[in-house]
Design a protein around this ligand. Structure first.
Ligand code: NAD
Length: 267
């Protein structure tokens, strides 16, 4: 049996919001598999250590002056709601690694509040990051993919975008739009050789979840081999992302994969 079709080696990959949590796990996984990755979020001081750790690992893996198969990383500061910053991100990526093969629209944020307590500014902020950020990055980076040989775009939604969320109605609405957008775009850009898919994670133990939802589950305490779970590890989302970025998912387009553990029939 071969696992070659699951490889992302040699690909150029941008993962937005990769300073922490799921995004960080994705860049680490992709680099380990030989992809060149762009680590990006709003603050240079948070992304540099992630890129440095990847490049240190690549140097450690080099033997006798020979290049290792480990991917390289650059750190590029970019707020996904800022169109000019997204354009600069694309340019910095092409300069460092060449045309972009894979874009992972992972940057996201939320806060918990009853609907009546969400101010116009709070609503707009959450829709801006989760939906408009996906729009900017996809349009700017995707145009380059269309001019080249195509690519893969993977959007990070949420189960909140599938079923709604009592405490995060703004976030649920934005993520529902991301799921719908995935289907529209897959149809639009299939003829350009671009596959567009989406992941809807359930609860995953990350910094974001710890600060937004007050859940202090440590990912280290989560056992991947346990089927009966309602919380996942970031690398379980990285696994699904690698599948969608790789040739193994060649007949999958416009879909949303839910990654959330065991379904509960009593809800
Ligand atoms: P996290 O808070 O740990 O990481 C979010 C990342 O996005 C960080 O790097 C942050 O700096 C970045 N970011 C936020 N706003 C940004 C902006 N305007 N521009 C650029 N970067 C920005 O969160 P996480 O839990 O790892 O979540 C990653 C993605 O997965 C998000 O889209 C989130 O909505 C989604 N998700 C997470 C969970 C979960 O349980 N952790 C569940 C469902 C969906």
């Amino acid at each position: 049996m071969t696992t070659d079709q699951f490889s992302v080696a040699g690909q150029t990959v941008i993962v937005t919001g990769s300073s922490s949590g799921i995004g960080r796990s994705i860049v680490e996984r992709f680099a380990e598999d030989g992809a060149n990755v762009v680590v990006t979020s709003r603050s240079q001081e948070n992304i540099e250590p992630v890129a440095d750790a990847i490049n240190d690992r690549a140097s450690d893996e080099s033997e006798d002056g020979e290049e290792s198969d480990y991917g390289r990383a650059i750190a590029v500061e970019c707020d996904v709601t800022d169109r000019e910053a997204v354009e600069a991100l694309r340019e910095a990526t092409i300069e460092a690694f060449g045309p972009v093969d894979v874009l992972v629209n992972n940057a996201g944020a939320s806060f918990v509040a009853d609907f009546g307590d969400i101010s116009p500014n709070g609503w707009k902020t959450i829709v801006d990051i989760n939906l408009h950020g996906t729009y900017h990055c996809t349009q700017v980076v995707g145009e380059g993919m269309r001019e080249a040989d195509g690519g893969r775009i993977i959007n990070m939604a949420s189960v909140a975008g599938q079923r709604g969320s009592t405490g995060m109605s703004h976030y649920g609405a934005a993520k529902a739009a991301v799921i719908n957008f995935t289907t529209s775009l897959a149809t639009n850009w299939a003829e350009d050789g671009i596959r567009v898919n989406c992941i809807a994670p359930g609860l995953v133990a990350t910094e974001g979840v710890r600060s937004q939802m007050g859940i202090d589950e440590d990912e280290g305490g989560i056992d991947r081999t346990e089927a009966d779970r309602r919380i996942g590890r970031p690398e379980e989302i990285a696994d699904a992302t690698q599948f969608l970025a790789s040739p193994a998912s060649s007949y999958l387009n416009g879909e949303t994969i839910t990654v959330k553990g065991v379904p509960r029939l009593d809800e």
